[in-house]
Write a protein that binds this ligand. Structure first.
Ligand code: ADQ
Length: 490
């Protein structure tokens, strides 16, 4: 339900992310409403939003359209508009074709274009202005992800009274790679506008602190970066000495909600149906990813096709179900990837399939949560073989759904989840032989061993769920705010 409201002002808690957490739905009469998108971030924010109320600043997803502020389910939304050039240069360009590949260890070569950078700066400024306009005196502003790295610094210039937090959902590369970025100092200074910067892994936070040491010259003491005073210059205010916490806060999922969904009769029935529709293979290996070159789908297919070639697995006995949701389809690297994967799937099925059985079932689409849960239940093995991944929530969702304590997770050591899910079969996706061996071990694993491993992983995920993640993060933000009050900012 959507109520019309005036532009929100004076909020104690402001969230800023590239995309607003809602999707527009138009019914058959042409009436427009907005529906909360069921992402993890929205769930994570729920308790906070309930307690503090919140205004969310973000792009509504349409181009060249001005939308007035509105409310959905108690959250006030402040849309930031983008025109076609901004979408192409700030979003598809700098965010998804410069920062994304660079931060994922240059799996695909990043493009460095000055026009893209200029647009990134101007769009970040628009987000910062919007957030500054709705935040109450001394409010907390939580900025999300790689599209908005300059917002904390811009906000601090506009509103030194604010408590500013930032969370990066993707990895932070080693300083050697990060150093390629022509605007590396500006990006670091943008981020350092925050009081707290959260990362997925210990290594990401350490890489960030080392980039700050090297390119900004600011030392750190443990997780705390120490910034000295910036004296006033013409046009720029004095900024007092401050400290910035740069630490890992591994994101998680609403484990209970996934477990409940997976326990429902309809999902369990659907899981059995899926197996039947696939012709009751002995084993099902599942892959679920956005169609992205970071996810290691090609490497996974290569390992599987070699197992078929070697006669280790046979069509009909083992089926690989690969669900790949469409992603960034106008970016060239993604178009190439899609072609490559679809050719490879065609070749594997052509070489090793029979009239009755295709060894790979490839589905290029998104599914509702219920279907995802059913797929997780139907899968004997979940293959997460990312070459680089901030966390990877799919791995956690799989374990959360398996209250039967069966199923094997094959997990890349380059996914953030590998830090927590130590009882998965950890693999290096570049090592095709190693991955083949892990698949065979997974396919042959006894029920007892599956149970031991799955139980351990579920314990981790239910203890460290998404509510715990946002609590931990916001507790650190509150501590930073308290420190600032006590020291008067210095
Ligand atoms: P993503 O790269 O999108 O997220 P991931 O963490 O796996 O990767 O999250 C994907 C989400 O989309 C999951 O909730 C999954 O269930 C869902 N999904 C994927 N394919 C789907 C499909 N075909 N149909 C329906 N749903 C599908 C980024 C970072 C990650 C980090 C998250 C959160 O790249 O490393 O874990 O943010 O911080």
């Amino acid at each position: 339900p959507q109520d019309d409201v005036a532009a929100p002002t004076g909020h104690e808690f402001v969230v800023v992310s590239n995309r607003l957490p809602v999707d527009r739905v138009t019914d058959e009469n042409g009436n427009v409403t907005w529906r909360t998108s069921p992402g993890g971030l929205v769930t994570a924010m729920e308790p906070v939003v309930r307690d503090l109320g919140c205004v969310w600043v973000g792009w509504p997803g349409s181009i060249d359209e001005h939308i007035e502020p509105f409310t959905v389910g108690g959250t006030e939304l402040l849309p930031v508009s983008l025109d076609a050039t901004e979408f192409a240069e700030y979003y598809e360009g700098f965010s998804n074709d410069t920062i994304w590949p660079l931060y994922h260890d240059v799996i695909s070569p990043p493009g460095y274009h000055r026009e893209w950078w200029d647009r990134y700066v101007s769009v970040n400024q628009r987000f910062a202005d919007a957030a500054a306009s709705v935040a109450a005196q001394g409010a907390t502003v939580w900025v999300h992800d790689y599209q908005l790295q300059l917002v904390p610094g811009m906000l601090r210039e506009l509103r030194p009274d604010l408590v500013i937090a930032f969370f990066l959902h993707i990895p932070w590369p080693s300083h050697g790679l990060f150093g390629q970025l022509p605007w590396r100092r500006k990006v670091l200074q943008g981020l350092l506008g925050a009081d707290v910067i959260g990362f997925q892994r210990v290594a990401d936070a350490a890489n960030f602190r080392s980039a700050v040491r090297r390119f900004v010259g600011a030392p750190s003491n443990g997780n705390m970066i120490v910034l000295s005073e910036r004296p006033a210059t013409r046009g720029r205010k004095r900024l007092p000495a401050r400290r910035v916490l740069a630490q890992e806060f591994p994101i998680s999922i609403d484990a209970e909600a996934f477990a409940e969904l997976a326990a429902s009769e309809s999902v369990r029935l659907r899981a059995r149906q899926i197996r039947e529709e696939l012709g009751n293979p002995e084993k099902i290996i599942l892959g679920v990813d956005r169609l992205d070159y970071t996810k290691g789908i090609r490497h996974r297919l290569k390992a599987f096709s070699e197992l078929l070639r070697d006669g280790e697995v046979k069509a009909g006995d083992v089926t690989l179900v690969q669900v790949a949701s469409p992603s960034r389809e106008r970016v060239e690297a993604y178009q190439h990837l899609r072609d490559e994967i679809e050719v490879t799937v065609g070749r594997i099925n052509g070489d090793y399939g029979t009239i009755a059985h295709s060894p790979v079932v490839y589905l290029h689409r998104g599914y509702p949560r219920e279907e995802m849960a059913a797929l997780y239940l139907a899968a004997d093995v979940l293959a997460v073989t990312a070459l680089r991944d901030g966390m990877n929530l799919v791995a956690k969702e799989y374990a959360a759904c398996r209250s039967d304590e069966q199923g094997v997770l094959v997990l890349s050591e380059f996914a953030g989840a590998a830090d927590e899910l130590r009882r998965a079969l950890l693999v290096n996706p570049h090592d095709i032989d190693g991955m083949k061996a892990a698949f065979m071990e997974a396919l042959r694993m006894s029920e007892t061993e599956q149970r031991q491993r799955m139980r351990a992983m579920r314990r981790v995920i239910f203890r460290a769920d998404v509510a715990r993640w946002s609590e931990d993060f916001l507790r650190s933000v509150e501590a930073a705010a308290e420190h600032r009050r006590q020291t008067g900012g210095d």
